[in-house]
Design a protein around this ligand. Structure first.
Ligand code: 5GP
Ligand code: ZN
Length: 138
């Protein structure tokens, strides 16, 4: 498999691992946005978060919760951003699903996830939009 993160999981490419079990792997980002920026991924290869089954996604997030709490305790954090760049349009550069945990500290820029996108749509049709999404659930 020609996948950077599969190679990291297999130990073919070195990484600063912080945790590993049978299903998941976590390591420090090589180009950290902040000190302690951690990448969490399932060992099994999925391209995108939306390629995963709900059960696999739930297991991944249970583990993300565990890593986030450990970072909070170890680094003395007051908060962090936890997120996924899902798809190239959203900034995903490595096509193996992974969750970013980015520690936040006072004076670091103070932006939140809402600042990622600059174009804000009109809310005129927000009720119809919500209805069409509600109806699409299985
Ligand atoms: P994405 O943009 O796909 O959500 O995030 C990919 C992340 O992987 C980036 O934050 C990038 O710094 C990190 N990354 C890319 N190559 C390597 C690598 O070889 N080792 C580590 N530890 N992180 C990497
Ligand atoms: Zn992979």
């Amino acid at each position: 498999m020609d996948c950077l993160f599969c190679k990291i999981v297999a130990g073919e490419i070195p990484s600063h691992k912080v945790y590993e079990d049978e299903f998941v792997y976590a390591f420090l980002d090589i180009y950290p946005c902040s000190e302690g920026h951690t990448i969490v991924l399932p060992k099994k290869h999925f391209g995108r978060f939306t390629d995963m089954e709900e059960g696999d996604a739930a297991s991944l997030f249970a583990f993300v919760n565990k890593v986030a709490k450990t970072l909070e305790k170890t680094l003395g954090l007051e908060g962090m951003n936890i997120g996924i760049n899902n798809g190239e349009i959203a900034g995903q550069t490595v096509p193996h699903v992974h969750v970013h945990i980015i520690p936040r500290r006072v004076g670091d820029g103070e932006g939140n996830m809402h600042t990622i996108v600059e174009l804000h749509p009109s809310t005129d049709n927000i009720a119809e939009l919500a209805e069409s999404i509600r109806e699409a659930f299985d």
